[in-house]
Design a protein around this ligand. Structure first.
Ligand SMILES: [Zn+2]
Ligand SMILES: [Zn+2]
Length: 322
């Protein structure tokens, strides 16, 4: 499964998730103007004609602000909960005809991609986040959540990739110049995740298959990329600079963008080099690690590391291959 953030933060969010069989892509949220989305998609060599549907997490304008304008331009449906639809009516571009209602805890399938929404504590009417699943991988999206819950941890089990909110640093928020009421809102049970809370969620997750973690929804005023990286890297036991951050202006590098030579085979690739498909088979006499940087992000085997040994990079973010 391919994915990339087009931009992440309180000024606008959008996440591209590729559909199986190269059948276009979904967009999760859109807090950007139409022209800006088109420009950001072009960076990934994607066009509006490939968009098949938009899924919305909640009605805050950094997530829904550009959704209906985009849906009209691309003639695609908008999937959202009842509460999110009601909260979105205030938008001048709101279009009820485009809406497809989903239940906050009911999985659905969109063009062969499994989509599992799950409810989260956040100060919106009926907010959800999502897990996407195809035959090979399982991507979780978790931003805009005040506190973790057992339900959230359960929903994120068995992920291969995770886009995880690391919104603020507790001290920077406390010492910053936001009004007290806004500080309480951001740091409250229905606000946003601070770095250490994001790390605690990561720690609590089943990470046996997890290869890629992207830090997202960072506050420009109350966080620094290096602080978010440091917190997540401590759990992942990797070098902080190897944790990707989804930037407000530039989004994230595409991940899981496999070469066009053939389909990835997920678990079999990682666990049994002898059963690798022909396009990934290692040449005779070459050591396996020399090939690793060429592989898509989450197909890379996780080297066994004895406890207490030196840190290693989490992963390499593969560059787009087409
Ligand atoms: Zn947000
Ligand atoms: Zn929000």
């Amino acid at each position: 499964m391919r994915f990339a953030s087009l931009g992440s933060g309180s000024e606008g969010n959008a996440l591209v998730v590729g559909l199986p069989q190269d059948d276009g892509f979904l967009l999760i949220d859109c807090g950007f103007a139409l022209k800006e989305v088109v420009r950001r998609l072009a960076r990934l060599q994607l066009e509006l004609s490939g968009l098949r549907a938009i899924l919305v997490t909640h009605e805050h304008s950094d997530h829904v602000g550009g959704v209906f304008r985009l849906a009209a331009a691309a003639a695609v449906p908008v999937y959202l909960t009842y509460g999110t639809r009601e909260g979105s009516r205030r938008l001048p571009t709101f279009d009820e005809q485009a809406c497809r209602l989903i239940s906050p805890d009911q999985p659905l399938e969109i063009r062969g991609l499994g989509v599992s929404p799950f409810p989260v504590p956040h100060d919106a009417r009926e907010p959800v986040q999502y897990v996407f699943e195809d035959r090979h991988s399982r991507l979780g999206l978790l931003t805009d959540i005040g506190r973790s819950t057992p339900h959230v941890i359960g929903a994120l089990a068995g992920l291969t990739a995770l886009v995880l909110e690391a919104n603020h640093d507790r001290s920077l928020l406390a010492e910053g110049n936001y009004p007290p009421s806004l500080k309480r809102r951001i740091g409250g049970d229905y606000g946003h995740l601070e770095n250490q809370a994001a790390a605690a969620i990561l720690e609590a997750l089943d990470r046996t298959r997890l290869h890629t973690v992207v830090a997202a929804h960072l506050s420009r005023q109350n966080n620094r990329a290096e602080l978010a990286r440091l917190a997540l890297a401590a759990v992942l036991r990797c070098a902080p600079e190897s944790v990707p951050v989804a930037d407000q202006d530039f989004g994230s590098a595409p991940a899981g963008w496999p070469p066009k030579r053939g389909p990835p085979t997920g678990r079999a690739c990682r666990r049994s080099p002898g059963r690798w498909p022909p396009w990934l088979r290692r040449p005779r006499g070459r050591r396996l690690p020399s090939l690793l940087p060429q592989l898509p992000g989450w197909l890379q085997p996780r080297p066994k590391r004895p406890p207490g040994s030196s840190r290693r990079p989490c992963r390499r973010t593969p560059s787009i291959s087409r």
